[in-house]
Design a protein around this ligand. Structure first.
Ligand SMILES: Cc1cc2nc3c(=O)[nH]c(=O)nc-3n(C[C@H](O)[C@H](O)[C@H](O)COP(=O)(O)O)c2cc1C
Length: 219
């Protein structure tokens, strides 16, 4: 089958689109408002964009009332955000932090997670999350969409500091992904987490190509 997303003529009981781009990592984004209110929300339209230097992006649709989400407003007003890795163990807190609540609500408290101060930016890190990126705002790409939620702000930030808990670094010096069990979004109300790993190396790849795959810096 095929369908036209403008007409949504797939004939299925549920829109299949979000199940076609899976699994999506979850950017669990913390910000602080100019008035000092701590905000936290999950964004599965999230990715790293490049590694040298590292940049990440998340795409925030407008809220159910057709206005920009608190995360977007805070990032644009303060120029900073933190990404906290979402894990299977933290899944309920991630879910709680997605509630659409007024900007005066401290969403660390709502989610029941602990604030850890950041070093280079004002927004706090989620202490329970094993990996966090402190980020400085680079820019917004606003894509037009259908009312009320379709218009989306793609927020890009440069990662200026990376925190990794010692206990998730394995004896071989690699990040222990199976211990972290990163959480990821599928379609509908479905989620997955990383529970197996396999390896492949590009055949006859030269050193530079393989360094890019591994994410190695020149320095
Ligand atoms: C796992 C998960 C992933 C989500 N991903 C997105 C997303 O990529 N973009 C988006 O606009 N909303 C997403 N949401 C909904 C937002 O988290 C929700 O609208 C939240 O209230 C936004 O909070 P804020 O206004 O404090 O930024 C997601 C929700 C969940 C539970």
């Amino acid at each position: 089958m095929y369908y036209d997303p403008d007409r949504n003529d797939h004939g299925l009981p549920h829109d299949p689109f979000k199940s076609c781009v899976v699994p999506r990592p979850i950017g669990w984004i913390s910000t602080i408002s100019p008035a000092g209110v701590h905000n936290l929300a999950p964004y599965s339209q999230f990715q790293n964009l490049t590694f040298d230097p590292p940049y990440v992006m998340f795409a925030a649709n407008q809220n159910t009332r057709g206005i920009r989400k608190d995360t977007v407003v805070n990032v644009e007003q303060t120029g900073e955000f933190v990404h906290n890795i979402a894990t299977y163990d933290l899944r309920e807190a991630v879910n709680r932090s997605a509630a659409e609540v007024p900007p005066e609500v401290d969403e660390f408290e709502l989610a029941g997670v602990t604030k850890a101060p950041s070093i280079r930016v004002k927004p706090c890190r989620v202490a329970e999350s094993p990996i966090q990126f402190e980020c400085r705002y680079h820019g917004t790409l606003r894509l037009p969409g259908n009312e009320p939620m379709g218009t989306v702000d793609v927020i890009i930030g440069r990662v200026v500091l990376v925190h990794i808990k010692d206990e998730v670094i394995a004896p071989n010096g690699r990040i222990d992904i199976l211990r972290i069990r990163p959480l990821a979004r599928l379609g509908y109300y479905d989620y997955t987490s990383v529970e197996s790993i396999f390896q492949m190396v590009i055949p006859s790849g030269n050193d530079a190509l393989l360094a890019g795959l591994e994410g190695k810096h020149k320095k």
